[in-house]
Design a protein around this ligand. Structure first.
Ligand code: HEC
Ligand code: HEC
Ligand code: HEC
Ligand code: HEC
Ligand code: HEC
Ligand code: HEC
Ligand code: HEC
Ligand code: HEC
Ligand code: HEC
Ligand code: HEC
Length: 444
């Protein structure tokens, strides 16, 4: 048997050297595809161009707020020479809206486009990724090298510090005494000897909560606007309590039984004195015989020797009565709520009330967004608080039960930095000078 020998020469002979000249289904396809695809593409391009203008060059749909500018790429993509550039300068954004710097002490300024991502469709432009912040806050540096804040924050549930007012050693700086425990007791003595159960919004009232339940219109005027607001007004922060609106109907400021329920104005001691001198002066003018009455200081005046004082004339009578009234007010009435310090004059000084309206100055909070929750589920310590100095705000653990980025993040409320913080220092914002026409914004 002849052995088959496989040499390269023999093998070469088997190959048909004219193969490319003969038709083959694959090659036919390749030819037609290479002709038709560009033709179709060009056709699509021309029709799109005719119908849809510039958006065919775009790398993706614009965000919801900017979608209206889709025909005018140059509003963002413009160089100084007026040519198209894929890079967008901060200046282009700033012609339409100011966005002030974050902090003067920051060591560099990221471009707008690194945080506000475009061409990704109708997403919320403000929903910036955490890395936009942690690129600095993960290892915070400042120009002067002395950061004032915690320097290594990598996520709300990752090394984010406890809120400043809740760190150890911090106290409520408020200067008005208030015992929450006492006021939240059932059967508290209310106005006109009625028993009441106060609730948080009796003293912490968002605008439009309705008429105050305790007291008369005299000490607690319900303004027309308050009564006519049908829907609870949007209120992120609650206003601080005021004496006239929230205390006066139970804590009255009577000064002398001759005047029944009449009260001194809730004001500085100097003004209270002017009032007292005037009222006693009027009284003695109307009742001249009263000068010779022997007035025993009232039993309710604390720590005062009960020596009868006989006035020699009307002006001395007024002076004695003003003295008595002031003793009552400053040893008892006003002192219940205020710290009073003696001064070089005969009148004490009332400590500043100093009630804080906004506690977390470096973050945003919104009671309205949380209105489905009970007050004490966050302010847990309030019902047992007996001292003004107690800080009653919830700490970070309370928030982290809902606001998270780790763990089952999909079952959480938004936990990224932008939910609670501002980046831009909006206090420095300048108004935008609008000058563009509809035509310039929309294209043909
Ligand atoms: C509201 C402003 C805005 C408008 C209008 C806009 N773009 Fe952009 N575009 C951007 C931003 C921001 C970037 C990211 C640029 C950067 O990284 O510097 C970008 C990037 C691009 C890129 C580069 C590829 C990429 O994804 O980074 C292309 C191409 C582009 N845009 C095309 C267009 C076209 C075409 C239009 C008009 C249909 C348009 N853009 C309209 C803001 C805009
Ligand atoms: C042609 C004008 C124009 C240009 C250019 C422009 N914007 Fe806007 N931008 C608007 C208008 C209009 C709104 C919606 C009204 C508003 O919030 O002021 C808006 C809103 C925004 C918002 C708020 C979005 C939200 O979800 O509430 C952000 C963030 C923003 N722009 C960032 C940018 C950035 C970054 C650039 C540059 C890449 C840019 N804009 C360029 C006109 C412009
Ligand atoms: C370019 C660096 C840089 C970036 C990016 C940055 N920060 Fe800051 N941030 C700083 C500096 C610097 C300070 C001031 C530090 C100081 O004075 O000690 C600061 C301070 C703060 C403070 C505390 C003071 C204040 O203003 O309330 C908060 C909160 C804050 N940044 C949040 C953010 C958030 C949220 C982001 C992302 C959207 C962000 N930062 C992005 C550099 C940066
Ligand atoms: C759920 C709300 C929330 C989220 C999300 C959040 N923070 Fe905060 N952050 C706060 C509150 C509240 C404070 C306390 C502010 C104060 O004490 O005035 C605070 C304080 C800060 C401070 C000041 C710290 C200091 O030393 O006093 C910085 C800086 C800060 N946050 C950065 C960030 C960064 C960066 C992110 C994202 C990684 C982030 N925060 C996410 C609520 C939040
Ligand atoms: C009798 C009126 C009154 C009632 C009722 C009342 N508060 Fe207050 N609350 C005040 C006054 C006055 C202050 C300011 C003095 C102070 O800081 O303690 C205050 C302060 C606060 C503060 C901020 C001060 C801090 O230290 O954190 C919180 C939070 C608060 N109250 C929550 C509540 C909650 C929650 C309830 C209901 C469970 C409630 N309050 C019921 C009068 C009241
Ligand atoms: C509904 C009636 C009512 C209102 C409104 C009210 N209080 Fe009182 N308050 C009382 C009563 C009753 C007591 C006495 C409780 C006791 O000693 O058992 C009291 C006691 C006090 C005390 C002494 C507490 C202590 O430590 O023994 C202070 C201080 C005080 N109130 C402040 C205020 C302030 C400030 C407001 C307004 C923000 C206010 N109260 C609103 C009824 C009220
Ligand atoms: C039941 C508690 C209570 C009594 C009693 C009371 N006040 Fe006040 N006072 C308040 C509250 C609450 C504030 C802060 C809110 C406001 O101004 O209404 C305040 C504020 C003041 C202020 C302003 C302090 C500042 O911040 O500069 C003066 C002054 C003052 N009171 C004087 C008096 C005088 C004088 C008396 C007695 C005649 C008196 N108060 C009785 C609760 C009381
Ligand atoms: C989700 C938790 C949460 C709930 C629910 C909540 N608060 Fe607050 N509250 C806060 C935080 C956080 C602050 C600090 C905000 C600031 O001043 O920066 C605050 C602050 C306050 C203050 C001080 C003044 C202010 O607005 O900053 C009062 C008063 C107060 N809350 C009362 C209430 C009352 C009344 C309710 C129920 C109607 C309530 N809170 C429900 C978290 C909560
Ligand atoms: C029971 C869950 C829950 C708790 C606890 C909670 N939040 Fe929220 N928070 C929400 C929900 C739900 C929203 C609205 C939807 C969203 O933005 O994800 C919201 C919204 C917010 C917003 C945005 C408000 C706006 O402008 O719309 C801030 C800021 C915020 N929370 C801060 C806090 C802080 C600070 C705490 C802790 C004191 C806290 N939250 C505790 C559920 C919670
Ligand atoms: C480090 C990330 C970051 C950079 C860089 C940045 N922004 Fe923002 N921007 C934010 C965040 C977070 C918000 C939402 C919170 C706030 O209002 O500060 C925001 C909000 C805005 C808003 C919305 C204001 C509104 O209506 O509520 C505009 C407009 C805006 N930025 C424009 C710009 C422009 C223009 C630049 C460049 C000059 C820029 N941003 C740079 C993170 C950034």
């Amino acid at each position: 048997m002849l052995r088959r020998t496989r040499t390269t020469k023999k093998l070469a002979k088997r190959i048909d050297l004219q193969y490319f000249a003969r038709p083959h289904p694959f090659r036919t396809w390749r030819f037609w595809l290479s002709v038709t695809v560009p033709v179709i593409a060009l056709g699509w391009f021309i029709t799109q161009r005719a119908q849809g203008g510039q958006k065919i060059y775009s790398s993706g749909q614009l965000s919801r707020v900017h979608a209206v500018f889709t025909e005018q790429c140059m509003l963002c993509h413009v160089t100084e020479t007026g040519a198209f550039t894929a890079h967008v300068t901060d200046q282009a954004c700033l012609t339409c809206h100011d966005a002030p710097q974050h902090h003067a002490s920051q060591t560099f300024t990221p471009d707008c486009a690194t945080c506000h991502v475009e061409h990704k469709g109708a997403m919320l432009l403000q929903a910036t990724v955490d890395t936009a912040c942690t690129q600095c806050h993960g290892q915070l540096r400042t120009r002067d090298g002395q950061p004032h804040y915690v320097t290594s924050i990598t996520g709300f549930d990752n090394k984010h510090p406890e809120f400043a007012p809740l760190r150890s050693g911090k106290a409520d700086p408020g200067g008005v005494r208030l015992n929450h425990y006492v006021h939240l007791q059932p059967n508290l003595m209310g106005p006109n000897n009625t028993r009441v159960q106060m609730t948080c919004d009796d003293c912490h009232r968002a605008a439009g909560t309705g008429a105050w339940p305790y007291g008369t219109a005299k000490v607690n005027p319900v303004t027309a606007t308050e009564a006519s607001v049908g829907r609870t007004k949007y209120q992120a922060y609650l206003p601080v309590p005021e004496f006239a609106k929230h205390c006066a109907s139970c804590h009255t400021l009577q000064f002398d039984k001759r005047f029944g329920n009449e009260q001194v104005p809730h004001d500085k001691p100097e003004i209270v004195r002017v009032f007292l001198v005037k009222r006693f002066g009027e009284y003695i003018a109307a009742h001249p015989a009263a000068v010779h009455e022997v007035n025993l200081p009232e039993r309710q005046i604390p720590e005062r020797p009960r020596v009868p004082r006989v006035a020699r004339n009307a002006s001395e009578w007024v002076q004695f009565r003003v003295d008595d009234a002031e003793w009552l007010l400053y040893a008892k009435t006003c002192k219940q709520c205020h710290t009073l310090t003696p001064t070089s004059t005969s009148l004490p000084e009332v400590a500043k009330s100093n009630l804080t309206a906004r506690w977390l100055a470096h973050a945003e909070f919104d009671h309205h967004a949380h209105r489905i929750m009970s007050c004490t589920t966050c302010h847990t310590r309030t019902p047992d608080s007996r001292e003004t100095t107690d800080v009653l705000l919830p700490g970070i653990k309370t928030c982290q039960q809902c606001h998270r980025t780790q763990g089952p993040a999909k079952e959480a409320a938004e936990g990224r930095c932008f939910e609670c913080h501002q980046y831009h220092d909006w206090t420095k914002a300048k108004p935008t000078k609008g000058g563009l026409t509809i035509q310039q914004l929309r294209g043909e």
